[in-house]
Design a protein around this ligand. Structure first.
Ligand code: SF4
Ligand code: SF4
Length: 405
């Protein structure tokens, strides 16, 4: 039948792959299985076979596509610049349209409607808090109980929405509240607002913004991803800068050109908070401390390292805080969190999470910096209780506060 959606992998995207295989050693699923169908090249070949009418979008095609972590490590090393992440989003949309797996429609509802609604996210947060308080994790399915164990303490229904602060000497920066960042990562949101205001931005957190849509796009819920992107394009019109505190969100915002009319303009104005804060430090708008606070293990989220090719920013921030950044994994393997991958492929996710935790242990630091909520939750789940995992900007703000006392 070929492709049926308007986001399918394009001929240009697929033809760019010359099947050289240079991406193979960088692909976590290929390294775990040794199977060509679990490699970037194999996945692109399967997409090409559908485009050429030689293969149906069926259950086998679905299995090949959904086993991918969408970590984009392959994309970062590809000499032919194959836009693998974009092609995979298209292939997942085809799977959702032609061969939906068990739970696909429910996931589209959750990823599009629940994550997009602050009211529903408040209810989810209260439910998760109750489960924890009553110690009901043991009756949850393992795939749910694991990620819940990695969530920070849930104090309540925090929201930064509606905040307007700062003078605006450097312009107006809008903060993406996100789906989980606001209710589950209050400290990161507060640190972003405080640092941006301190540097000279006027910070706004528009009320009616919504989830960026990355998780919906990655799971093939293309209509939901588009709806969320279009709302954000309207809401964030007119601000100088849109700042995302989760690497997965910033990586998606900079690709809004694919998801919304006029999305390219918002994409140009969007940045990850680590890049913004690192630039402010380098320009002297935020201070560098001279202290020697010891080592900090730096975990590079795939959507910062591979999707946005950014490894400098977190290290600049941590060094300015007075720490010595130590690489967790110079080869940049995915930690296995990968959005909702840990729910859909718990065993593969666990293996990759344990590998990453073992790499953290070799750094000798019990403080770990991670700029993405999913990675943070995955690390906390697989590390012993004496490790602390926090966002680089939280670590920096704490160091500034301690220094001023
Ligand atoms: S995706 Fe890129 S690196 Fe991998 S086989 Fe194709 S051309 Fe080579
Ligand atoms: S995105 Fe990651 S898991 Fe998927 S093919 Fe590329 S390297 Fe492999």
């Amino acid at each position: 039948m070929g492709w049926v959606t308007d986001v399918h992998p394009t001929q240009a995207e697929l033809a760019a792959c010359v099947q050289c295989g240079l991406c193979l050693p960088h692909c976590p699923t290929y390294r775990l299985t040794g199977l060509d169908t679990a490699s970037p090249r194999g996945r692109l070949m399967a997409m090409s076979a559908v485009a050429d009418g030689e293969l149906e979008v069926d259950g086998s095609f679905r299995d090949i596509m959904t086993f991918c972590l969408e970590c984009r490590a392959c994309e970062a090393v590809c000499p032919s610049l194959v836009p693998f992440g974009r092609a995979m989003e298209g292939a997942r949309a085809e799977v959702a349209a032609q061969a939906p797996g068990r739970g696909q429609r429910l996931r589209a509802f959750v990823l599009g409607r629940v994550l997009g609604s602050p009211t529903l996210m408040r209810l989810v947060t209260r439910g998760a808090r109750l489960v924890r308080a009553l110690r009901l994790e043991r009756i949850l399915p393992k795939a749910l109980a694991g990620p819940l164990a990695g969530v920070r303490p849930l104090h309540g229904a925090h929201s930064s929405r509606g905040i307007v602060a700062g003078t605006g000497r450097l312009g107006t920066a809008a903060l993406l509240a996100g789906c989980v960042m606001d209710p589950w990562f209050e400290g990161v949101q507060k640190a972003a607002i405080e640092l941006l205001v301190r540097a000279g931005y006027r910070v706004v957190v528009p009320e009616n913004q919504t989830c960026c849509g990355a998780l919906a796009a990655h799971d093939g819920a293309a209509a939901e991803a588009r709806r969320l992107a279009e709302r954000n394009v309207d809401v964030f019109a007119g601000v100088d800068l849109v700042v995302a505190t989760a690497a997965g969100c910033s990586a998606h915002l900079v690709e809004y050109g694919h998801w919304a009319q006029d999305g390219a303009d918002l994409a140009r104005r969007s940045r990850d908070v680590t890049m913004v804060v690192a630039d402010l430090i380098e320009r002297g708008e935020l201070p560098r401390l001279e202290s020697d606070l010891g080592p900090v293990a730096v975990q590079d989220p795939c959507h910062l390292r591979h999707a946005q090719r950014e490894t400098r920013a977190p290290r600049t921030i941590l060094a300015a805080a007075g720490y010595t950044p130590v690489d967790v994994d110079p080869t940049g393997m995915c930690c296995g969190a990968a959005g909702i991958y840990s729910l859909l492929h718990p065993e593969t996710s666990r293996q990759l999470g344990e590998n990453k935790a073992a790499e953290v242990a070799t750094t000798g630091s019990t403080l770990v910096a991670s700029a993405n909520p999913g990675c943070e939750m995955q690390l906390r789940q697989h590390l012993d209780g004496w490790y602390r995992v926090a966002h680089p900007i939280e670590i920096y703000l704490e160091a500034l506060a301690a220094d001023s006392q």
